[in-house]
Design a protein around this ligand. Sequence first.
Ligand SMILES: Cc1ncc(COP(=O)(O)O)c(C=O)c1O
Length: 392
Amino acid sequence: MSPPHRNSDLDTPECLDASAHAALRAEFPLLSTGVYLNNNSTGAVPRGAEQVLTGYWRTLRNWRDEVWQDWHAGLDRYADSVAAFIGAPPGSVVTDANLSTLLARVASCFDYRPPRNRIVTTDLEYPTVPFIWNAFRRYGARLDVVGSGSPRFDEDAVEARIDERTLLVCIPHASFSSGATVDLPRLVRRAHDVGALVVVDAFQSVGVMPMDVTALGVDVVLGGAHKWLCGVGTAFLYVRPGLVPQLEPAATGWQAGDRAFTFQPSTGWAGGARRFAGGTPFPLTSLISQVGLDLLAGVGAGPIRRHSLACTQRILERAAVAGIDVVSPTEPHRRGGVVCLDVADGEAVKRRLVARDMVCSWRGYLRVGPHVYNTLDEIDTFMDALDEELKR
Ligand SMILES: Cc1ncc(COP(=O)(O)O)c(C=O)c1O
């Protein structure tokens, strides 16, 4: 196997400075309700959301249609903030209700004419990914699922399956089930060498792992707000600007048209990523999610990653002492934000932990997902509680 991608600076565990960390924690009221290590499922939302909600109600109570101008500015601001966070230019990101909606919209851009009709993916995807691509079989898409044989991605096997028949490689940046990360530069290189595009599901990475879509040269990136981005109810789609003119979504809506705001039938596409918009958007979720994203951007993707690695390293150390089997890769450059632990009777253990306000999740394994606002003390408290539950 060739050596996986490393970025030694970013892969060095290091906690945030204590006073900056305390100030950050104070923004997240959820943290006072227990030890919250469930960020791979749902992240904490900052208290600034309350003001947004109050303002939204004020807007609804005094409704005038002119409000849409501000709302569109808010939607664009959030999309451009996501773009900046992932190294993309303004206008290259669009948002919608969830990742599934946006991935299906991307899928609707292709005609799946053989021989280039294959979608290479893996068996470590979030279930929505194979579900959507299977639905496109009726239009000629051929799904090629590469077995991983373990909770890690097997890049050798994926690379071997990418050839001139490959239309798209659809792969996550980090697995939702094991936290394993993918060597994206390697797969992007291979896909582009044979004329295939790369679609990345970055829901489990953006917010906790740095991503520079421009440096990667990746074609499409999707993610969402409600986990590592500390938001709620919105998802994003980045399309490489040079690729945009070649893609025409069949699953579309009036806001993607060039004459959308004249309320005349459009004959062409709106500029930039807005061609991947749908119908009337729901601005509240972007307005709320902006608060969390601004806080994260203020910390910076590099320091977030290093703090996350310090937290996951503490979980690994404590698991080793307790003799708990770790499912996730342990090398820093191979693990994302979550550590999955294989414990007997895991679902019941998770239920008992949550009843003690030690919040984690269970998807076949116990998933422990600290974020930048968690402390090493919280990890220790959680692992003490886990120890106790396993000895019951
Ligand atoms: C990797 C990954 N992709 C996608 C999703 C969900 O997508 P959607 O926004 O369509 O619910 C999740 C989790 O909810 C996920 O972990």
